[in-house]
Structures are given as C-alpha cells and as structure tokens.
Design a binder for this molecule. Structure first.
Ligand SMILES: Cc1ncc(COP(=O)(O)O)c(C=O)c1O
Length: 437
C-alpha cells in the first residue's frame, strides 16, 4: 500500500493507496518509461502539451545555461530579465495576425485565465462602463482550478464541491454535435447554441456583460469540435454587443490544430488570449495572457502613480521558463511542426474514420483537427454511461499506449513529432481493445 504523503491532483487517493501510482521514470521523443522499464507510447503528450516531444537537448541546455547565469529575479516594479523580454517580443510577433500586442506572464493555464478575467473587469472600468462585469462561459468548458477560471468553466463534477463560485457568471450551451440539447436526434445544425449566446447577452443586458470565454475546441470536455464557423459567428455577436472575446488557447495554442493558434485556424481575432502547456512543451511551467492593442492602450494611457494593473505572480516572467519557451518555439519553427501537425492530423482523421467503420455498434463518433482527436463510444448499457472511455484507456495502457478518457470519449493529443507508423500503432491498439469488448 502506498503512503499518502503525496496528495495527487485529480486523483482517487483511495484507489491509489490500494494499487499505487504508475511512476514514470524517464522519457524520450514520444515515449515514456515506468520504473519497471515498461515503455509506453504517449498518445496524449502528457496532458495535451509535450508538443516537441521529450528529452530535447537544446531546451534542457538552454535552461541549464540560464540557471547558471540568472536562475530568477523579480519582474515586479521596474525590474525585468532579458529572456522574458525576448520571449514577449517573439510571442507578440507570432500572435500579431491574431491581433495581439502585449503579453503578461504567469505560471500556468489557470493563472493565465485568472489574469484574463481581471484584465477584463478593469478594462471596462477604465472605459467608464462600471456595470460590465458578467462573464459568459460554456457547458463542458475547462479553464483551470482557480476561483475565476473554475467559475467560467462548465464541467459540473469539478464545480459542485466548491460552490458558491463567482457570482455573475452565466453558461451557454456547447456546440456539441452528438449531444445537442436542441436537436438531439438530428444531424442538422441550426446554430441554436450560437443564438443562445446572443439570447443570454440580451437577457442579461449587454451593458452588464464583460466577456464571453471560449476554448476553440473544448479539450477536457471531450474534444468537442464546433462547426467550422461557430467561433466567427460568436465573435460577430460579441462585437455587436461590445462584449470581449477571451479565447483560451491553453491546449489549442502552439501547433495543436496545425496553426499557431486555434483562433487563427477558425479565423477570429480575440480581444484576449491565454496560453500555457505547449508554450514550453512542459519543460518548465509557464502561462501567458495576450491582449489586443486596444486593451493595452486603455491601460497604459492611465495617468496614475501606481501600477496600471495591480496583479502579478512572484514568478511572472521566470527566466528559466522563458528560455525553455524560446528554445521550444525555435524547434517548432525549424522542424515545421505546424505543417506536420496538419498533415499528420489528416492521416489521423482518415484512420479514425476507418476505425469507426469497423465498429459501427461501438463507435458513435470520431473527429480530429490537427493532432487533437476524439473517439466516442456508445455506452453498452444504461448503468455504464460514462464508463467506457476509462475502460478503453486502461486496457490500452496495459498494451503500452497512453490515452485520456472523458466519459465515453477517448481523447488523443500526441506530440507533434509523431509519424504515420506511430499513429497506426495507437489506432491499432485501440482496435484490438475494442475487438475484445
Ligand atoms: C483549455 C484549458 N485551459 C486552462 C487549463 C488550466 O491549465 P493549468 O492546469 O496549467 O492551470 C487547462 C488545463 O488542462 C485547459 O485544458
């Protein structure tokens, strides 16, 4: 029995005490090894993030060199360090087509979201619109664990124990094809979920609504892929009612969809974007919140003695995380990983459809954009609803492939360096497991 000195995140500790954790010892490329030496193909890039793969010497060396020079210093007040300044320049150049002008650094996705929500609240106050305070999130959304991020998120099980959350947050329906609350038996999309966003804004009164918060593809909710024009339709509504569009790119940013950002893939220019995960491929923790020129200028035109934004993390702009991100972005560009994600994504899409054809009774939906994919199963009987994903994932793990369940869905998010043989291996192992069910 394992000691419980370590309280694991989102972990069933009772089960862990009986079975013990799977201790990952080392990693290379798209593979990880446990302490017993068993190798696993990581078809989830850890937790949607090891985009350039594990064991990249140039990222490790960059961190080591920087640690010897300056391991950390405060970025508060007038202080700064060169790596975080270089990274901010690099990011604003990458994100220029998305309409971004400046970035604020934090440590992870939750903090990046928290920063986005606070900037939004203050922005409207600075504009003299004190009553614009409400946020609209969506059902099935995941935005992190901190109070604000959790309040705009929409996975009921994650929220329940911590209520009451922030007041003045509303939730719109997700654009979830097979689970549409409005047309459950139809494949015809009439964009009722888009109209609902407008209905909620009008019902609340646009003069009270600050922002709509959205993941381009809802990852943790089960890789919920919207209609191609969902995001641009929602953006038009937000612009019409002067509601900010906050796009959470924590999973979709940095190549996952075959483009630098999910916003670019779907053709929108948000007011605020949040990033984490793939920004360093996990070599060190880093979060970033990017804002448009309009928002930046509204803040910096303030004539006050103190900081324009009274917000910051001790480790904001950590130089080690900054050099890791710079080296990571360098690899992505040099190895054309955005193009690779798109072309491998096309291949993944083809083999997932083939899988669906082989198991028409079991597989109700497959889909992917870039290297973010889903396979949804039909529950085999009523009392097992939501359990099939976990069953398939644990059987695939026994056969050496790591995937992540979300209810009756298996989500796929392999490192962007994966090749066609390795994608075949993932889907082959899934086929093998499904044959036995
Ligand atoms: C879309 C999205 N936003 C935000 C977060 C929160 O990020 P973190 O766990 O780094 O705080 C996550 C985490 O999975 C996420 O998937």
């Amino acid at each position: 029995m394992e000691s419980i000195s370590r309280w694991g995140p989102y972990t069933n500790m009772g089960l862990m005490r009986e079975q013990g954790p799977l201790v990952i010892d080392h990693a290379d490329g798209i593979y990880v090894w446990d302490e017993a030496g068993t190798r696993y193909l990581d078809a989830h890039a850890g937790l949607w993030l090891a985009n350039v793969g594990y064991g990249r010497a140039e990222i490790i060396d960059a961190i080591s060199r920087q640690a010897q020079k300056l391991s950390w210093f405060s970025s508060f007040g007038g202080f700064a360090n060169r790596p975080s300044m270089d990274l901010a320049d690099r990011l604003t150049s990458i994100l220029k087509p998305d309409g971004m002008a400046s970035v604020f650094f934090s440590n992870d996705g939750s903090e990046a979201m928290e920063t986005a929500l606070k900037i939004t609240r203050q922005y409207w106050k600075l504009c003299g619109k004190e009553t614009k305070t409400k946020f609209i999130g969506r059902q099935y959304a995941y935005h992190g664990v901190t109070a604000g991020a959790l309040s705009v998120a929409g996975i009921t099980a994650n929220r329940r124990m911590f209520e009451p959350l922030l007041p003045d947050v509303r939730h719109a329906p997700a654009p979830y094809r097979n689970h549409c609350s409005f047309h459950p038996d139809s494949n015809v999309c009439t964009y009722v979920c888009v109209n609902e966003v407008e209905r909620i804004i009008r019902f609340e009164d646009p003069s009270t609504v600050a922002a709509f918060v959205v993941e381009p593809i809802q990852a943790a909710g089960g890789v919920i892929i919207p209609p191609r024009d969902y995001l641009s339709r929602v953006q038009a509504i937000c612009r019409h009612y002067r509601v900010l569009l906050i796009v959470d790119e924590v999973v979709t940013g940095f190549g996952r969809l075959g483009a630098w950002t999910g916003s670019r893939y779907y053709g929108v220019e948000p007011d605020i974007m949040t990033f984490a995960k793939g920004i360093t491929s996990g070599y060190l923790p880093l979060g970033a919140t990017a804002v448009s020129a309009e928002i930046l200028n509204t803040f910096i035109s303030l004539r006050d003695d103190g900081p324009e934004l009274r917000h910051g993390n001790t480790y904001s702009g950590h130089p080690l995380a900054a050099v890791a991100a710079l080296a990571n972005l360098e690899i992505m560009e040099r190895e054309n990983l955005l193009t690779r994600s798109a072309t491998m994504g096309d291949y993944l899409s083809r083999i997932l459809y083939r899988l669906a054809d082989h198991f028409p009774e079991l597989v109700v939906d497959v889909g992917s954009v870039g290297l973010l994919g889903r396979v949804e199963f039909r529950p085999q009987n009523e009392d097992r609803v939501g359990a099939l994903g976990a069953t398939v994932a644990s059987r695939m793990l026994k056969q050496g492939v790591i995937v992540r369940p979300a209810g009756d869905v298996i989500t796929l998010s392999p490192p962007l360096i994966i090749n066609t043989d390795e994608l075949d291996e993932i889907v082959g192992v899934m086929e093998h497991v499904l044959s036995a069910i």
